[in-house]
Design a protein around this ligand. Structure first.
Ligand code: FE2
Ligand code: FE2
Length: 297
């Protein structure tokens, strides 16, 4: 028997990855990063977590330069994992993606229109909207996308809605990235306000970050491929080959909790011995906090 927590389990669990920037054929991103290896490592950590994942979300910049081979590689890597996990797959485009090859390869559709999707996870609605602006690196939605989103949100879902948007609708510290961010946040906030949206999952910043869109939390997953060096002066934009990560997003009845999971497997040791956990299983649930939390000295 495994030790159970004193709080109810989450209703839904999402593995949120972002910015794999896949390059097919073994090329290195910026001469440094093996993007295929990074995505495979990230997914191995998702599977290794043992979590009951309801959805695997990858929030854009799926390919580094929008070529068909990269999208085919993405499917080759991701589909067996999704099958083993028995979960839904939610993808969206970013500024490094190109809509036509992405639509053809991932959705079997011959179109350069954004492939915006609604996924129902046992009452939790995930809406993924492609925030790439064709021909640019900054983000935003077309009038049609805003209208579509407003129509979708007009009727609430049983467990609420999670939005997936590549360009994080928050103010990031980098002046360069502010030129490439979501335009316009006010309009998006106006649509989301008063709706059943419970969180926005984003990427693009290549660093784990948190902010608010009105009263809605925005959880930004750090890049799977590379990370922005936050320790460098804000005027610079410096890539780091590490510490890449993904976010474990747990949806509860009254909260959404994001936990950062590093992709690199570092040295570990049991912080609590098996003897202790086995003993805790024998303690009646009502007494566990007193037994476990009380300081010994
Ligand atoms: Fe990116
Ligand atoms: Fe991006």
């Amino acid at each position: 028997m495994a030790l159970t927590g004193s709080r109810p389990a989450p209703t839904h669990v999402i593995a949120h990855l972002s910015d794999p920037h896949l390059i097919a054929g073994g090329g290195l991103l910026a001469g440094h990063v093996d993007t295929e290896r990074q995505l495979r490592k990230a997914l191995a950590r998702v599977e290794g977590s043992g979590e009951r994942i309801d959805a695997l979300v990858i929030s854009g910049d799926l390919a580094d330069s929008g070529d068909v081979a990269a999208y085919a590689l993405l499917l080759e890597i991701v589909e067996p994992v999704v099958e083993r996990l028995g979960c839904a797959l939610v993808l969206t485009g970013g500024n490094h993606d190109e809509r036509l090859p992405m639509a053809r390869t991932l959705y079997g559709v011959d179109s350069d229109a954004p492939q915006d999707t609604v996924t129902d996870l046992r009452g939790l609605r995930i809406i993924a909207i492609d925030s790439a602006v064709p021909g640019y690196h900054h983000g935003g939605f077309s009038d049609d996308q805003y209208a579509w989103l407003a129509r979708e949100l007009a009727s609430p879902a049983e467990h609420g809605t999670i939005l997936v948007i590549h360009h994080a609708p928050i103010t990031y510290r980098s002046p360069v990235m502010q030129l490439l961010d979501f335009d316009d946040v006010d309009r998006l906030r106006g649509i989301v306000q008063g709706s059943d949206v419970r969180a926005v999952l984003s990427g693009h910043l290549h660093v784990t970050s948190f902010g608010m869109l009105g009263s809605v939390p925005v959880l930004v997953a750090g890049g799977v491929s590379y990370v922005d060096d936050v320790g460098a002066p804000r005027e610079l934009l410096m890539g780091v080959d590490g510490p890449q990560s993904w976010n474990l997003v747990e949806v509860h009845a009254h909260e959404v909790v994001g936990t950062v999971v590093p992709i690199e497997q570092h040295r570990t040791w049991p912080a609590l011995s098996e003897t202790v956990t086995q003993y805790m299983e024998t303690v009646p649930e009502a007494e566990r906090r007193e037994v476990f939390s009380r300081k010994r000295s």
